[in-house]
Design a protein around this ligand. Structure first.
Ligand code: SAM
Length: 215
């Protein structure tokens, strides 16, 4: 059987229909975001649920996200944290950060989430000095695709044993497929060849990388 683009799109719809249930706030917040001038480029609800499930499988003490947008994926991650867990989410555009803060409050996770405004590389560099090594249970990358390798190298010492590195768009972006030069081929190879991580990517939406730090 050949995986045609039509078949890929069909399975995407099937996955969203079956695994994409969500509350009314999550279901409507990206419409509100678009009305406020933000781009409609969040993950889908099935991917959000995957992020929450994977976070729930960790101790859920501290998560870092690079690329907040409206807060959609961040709400899913925050719902997987422990009672005292927190999410630091990094966003370059102040307008997106402000919108996301209001959505985190609306979702009831505002006290667990801190939105930091700045470029991912710079904010992660600062977090390396601020946070103790091995204290991050989940790192989710969803900002500049060509910078994923830099984000990973910067955050790597912070990842806890058993901690997860997750990344969106590892098989494709809106512009095309990873084997056509789009997506995050260099990053995928970097993580796949790291002896301290077990890594795989699942073909959900545009590809989600899941890597677990061994020790
Ligand atoms: C694909 S969207 C994130 C979607 C979000 N994770 C979700 O699924 O709900 C990427 C976001 O990264 C932000 N961004 C762009 N360049 C950035 C950078 N250098 N550092 C951090 N964020 C950046 C964009 O403004 C945008 O809001």
């Amino acid at each position: 059987m050949t995986m045609t683009p039509e078949r890929w799109r069909y399975l995407g719809r099937y996955s969203r229909e079956l695994f994409g249930s969500q509350d009314d706030h999550l279901a409507t917040m990206m419409d509100e975001a678009v009305a406020a001038g933000l781009p409609d480029i969040s993950v889908t609800a099935d991917v959000g649920r995957l992020l929450m499930i994977l976070t729930l499988l960790t101790p859920g003490r501290l998560a870092i996200e690079v690329g907040t947008l409206a807060g959609y994926s961040g709400i899913w991650i925050a719902r997987g944290l422990s009672d005292t867990g927190r999410l630091i989410t990094i966003e370059f555009e102040p307008k997106h950060a402000e919108f996301a803060r209001s959505q985190f409050d609306h979702a009831g996770v505002g006290s667990a989430v801190e939105v930091r405004v700045g470029a991912g590389i710079e904010v992660l560099s600062g977090l390396r000095d601020e946070l103790a090594p091995g204290t991050v249970d989940v790192l989710f990358l969803d900002a500049i695709k060509t910078e994923y390798s830099d984000y990973f190298k910067l955050a790597r010492p912070l990842i806890a044993p058993g901690g997860l590195v997750l990344a969106d768009n590892v098989y494709a972006t809106g512009a095309g497929w990873v084997d056509e030069g789009h997506g995050t081929d260099e990053f995928n190879r970097l993580v796949a060849s790291d002896p301290d991580f077990e890594a795989v990517a699942v073909p959900l939406r545009q590809g989600i990388l899941i890597a677990r730090r061994n020790s």
